[in-house]
Ligand binder design. Structure first.
Ligand SMILES: [Zn+2]
Length: 149
């Protein structure tokens, strides 16, 4: 047993996203929850690996593939656990796709995707720290510059 005081309440069933970069924790909570959802948000929690981290626990909910893709973009390196009956049935890194399609706006204001009805598409150039390249203007950006649509 750990001697540490638990920093966030346990949930009976649902999804836990851990190791979120501290400054993205609120954004992750906003992405993963809908009105009426029961959730716990921890930000700037102590982390041996990261210094500080964010944690979001959502009760009675498992995430869709498109939500997981958005999560990979705003919280690369986070881990996702599925809880059923207070038991962690899986705990894995949030999977990093090869590309992010139709989920974020290009930061380049001159990019055609910001002026015409074009589906945005970013290819992963480097997974850590996450960097992506717009398929249309061919510019590369750190993931932190992208805004979800
Ligand atoms: Zn672009």
């Amino acid at each position: 047993m750990s001697h540490r005081v638990r920093q966030v309440e346990a949930i009976e069933a649902g999804t836990v996203i851990d190791h979120i970069p501290s400054d993205r924790a609120l954004e992750v909570a906003h992405l993963l929850t809908a009105p009426g959802d029961q959730f716990f948000l921890g930000a700037h929690l102590r982390s041996d690996n990261m210094g500080h981290k964010g944690v979001v626990k959502i009760a009675n909910k498992e995430l869709s593939p498109s939500t997981i893709s958005r999560l990979a973009l705003i919280a690369p390196g986070a881990t996702m656990s599925i809880i059923r009956d207070y038991v962690v049935v899986s705990k894995d890194p949030v999977p990093m796709p090869d590309r992010f399609t139709a989920i974020a706006r290009c930061p380049n204001s001159n990019c055609v995707t910001n002026h015409e009805t074009v589906t945005t598409d970013f290819l992963v150039v480097r997974p850590s720290p996450l960097e992506v390249r717009c398929r249309f203007c061919e510019r590369s950006f750190p993931a932190s510059e992208l805004v979800l649509t």
